[in-house]
Design a protein around this ligand. Structure first.
Ligand code: MG
Length: 458
């Protein structure tokens, strides 16, 4: 991913440590970021990866060389660092994390003064500085300083507590199992939950950058241990975070694991009950369930391209207060317009306490959809043409072409057909009120897609 004339992917710069992402490269990227910010103060922090302290020091050397002063927070959850950007009124942050990637990866996320990751336009400015070597090095007496930054996790936990009914939750004495994948989620969520009167059981609770417990991507298939633990200890709730704790996936008291758009729809429902006619922002990869809830409770749904930065930027532009993704990202604007795993956990407990209902019951009350997925191989060079043909062939249907093609049908079924950003394939996701209908849609559009690709190869 670092080979093209592009540094940034969908969520920052990512690569395999000491192969693609070396300390030498990190110093240069640090100088490029520092040149972009100019005279400024930036927070630097990192996740639990083995390579994070090394890369943080390299990036900081580059930032200092460009004249940036640093408040060094060391290890912390990404949302805690983003929150600190706002409260400390600094110019931005640089976070060393590869989020959900395997342990051999690391990455560099750059955050603007509003706490949101940089827009694509801002990233291009840094890429231009980097590739054209327009580095601006400070004179010897203007080299930046490094000061330690303390207590940001305490402030972050206190801030979350302002948005929920603490005593109502504490009365219930919930038992919660936390699986933070041996990473930074362990630094905030267990403490927050104890402050909320919960009994906390942790699995993968020690910090270990080799991620021995599970892969840091909280997909349902990786969370069997969490599900079994919730049942074994008779807990009320289980929650799993990704490697930098901005995404949260929930498990009900029966051990059932839910995709993020389902739990997001629950948060959306109770948010709209209190705030009717607000805008709700979600990528086209989310279930129609999110639209159903918006329609039922008077909200206005805004579909976006897939990607958390797009959701945050759209929320900012539209002054929307709530966003969510199917991968477990919940963006609660009154706290901050970025995804935040601990905030999401607090919101779910708040709903459970307010309604006095178990999570399984709350989720069973939402409209139900069945999902089918498939993929079709497509050479990189044919991806754009394939999409053009597909758009042409689906004209007249109720579609969105904001990201791939999404088609909604009269009977509430839908299909999303999207080129993968990282592999030579197209992915298809169908959902419907009946499982056989979802399968039919997958079959029909897999065929259609294959025909288009074959004809282009012709
Ligand atoms: Mg993440």
């Amino acid at each position: 991913m670092l080979t093209q004339r592009r540094l940034f992917g969908t969520n920052g710069i990512r690569g395999v440590v000491n192969k693609e992402l070396t300390p030498e490269l990190a110093v240069k990227i640090g100088v490029a970021i520092g040149t972009f910010f100019g005279k400024s103060t930036l927070i630097v922090g990192f996740d639990a990866r083995t390579s994070s302290p090394m890369l943080a020091k390299a990036v900081m050397a580059g930032l200092n060389a460009a004249g940036c002063d640093i408040l060094f927070a060391e290890m912390a959850p990404t949302p805690a660092l983003q929150y600190a950007v706002k409260t400390r009124k600094v110019d931005g942050a640089v976070i060393i994390t590869a989020s959900h990637n395997p342990p051999e990866y690391n990455g560099i996320k750059v955050v603007w003064k509003d706490g949101i990751e940089l827009s694509r336009e801002q990233e291009i400015k840094i890429e231009n500085i980097f590739f054209n070597k327009n580095f601006r090095l400070a004179e010897w007496h203007k080299i930046g300083t490094v000061q330690k930054l303390h207590e940001i996790i305490d402030e972050y936990i206190e801030a979350i507590k302002n948005h929920i009914d603490i005593s109502q939750i504490a009365e219930k004495k919930y038992h919660v199992v936390v699986d933070a994948a041996n990473s930074v989620g362990n630094l905030a969520a267990p403490r927050l939950l104890r402050d909320l009167g919960c009994k906390v059981t942790t699995i993968n609770g020690n910090i270990d950058g080799t991620f021995p417990g599970r892969t840091p991507e909280p997909r349902p298939e990786h969370l069997r241990e969490l599900s079994l633990t919730v049942k074994a200890v008779g807990a009320d709730l289980g929650v799993a975070y990704d490697g930098d704790a901005d995404r949260a996936i929930f498990v009900d008291e029966k051990g059932e694991i839910y995709w993020g758009d389902k739990t997001f729809a629950l948060v959306e429902k109770f948010f709209l009950k209190d705030n009717p006619s607000e805008k709700i922002v979600t990528p086209v990869s989310s279930s129609t369930l999110v639209k159903d809830i918006a329609d039922a409770y008077g909200g206005e749904l805004v579909w976006t391209k897939v990607g958390s930065v797009t959701v945050s930027q759209t929320m900012k532009k539209l002054k929307a207060k709530l966003g969510g993704e199917e991968n477990g990202g919940i963006f609660y604007g009154p706290h901050q317009s970025v995804r935040d795993g601990a905030m999401a956990t607090a919101l779910i407990l708040d709903i459970m306490a307010k309604t006095n209902k178990k999570l399984s019951k709350l989720l069973s009350e939402l409209p139900k959809y069945f999902i089918e997925k498939s993929k079709v191989e497509c050479p990189e060079e044919l991806k754009t043409k394939t999409l053009e043909k597909l758009i042409e062939q689906t004209k007249g249907l109720n579609t969105s072409t904001i990201d791939g093609v999404k088609i909604w049908f009269e009977d509430k079924s839908s299909i999303l057909i999207r080129p993968s950003g990282t592999e030579p394939i197209y992915r298809l996701y169908a959902e419907a009120k009946k499982p056989e209908k979802a399968q039919q849609l997958i079959n029909r559009y897999t065929e259609k897609l294959k025909k288009i690709i074959e004809s282009l190869k012709g």
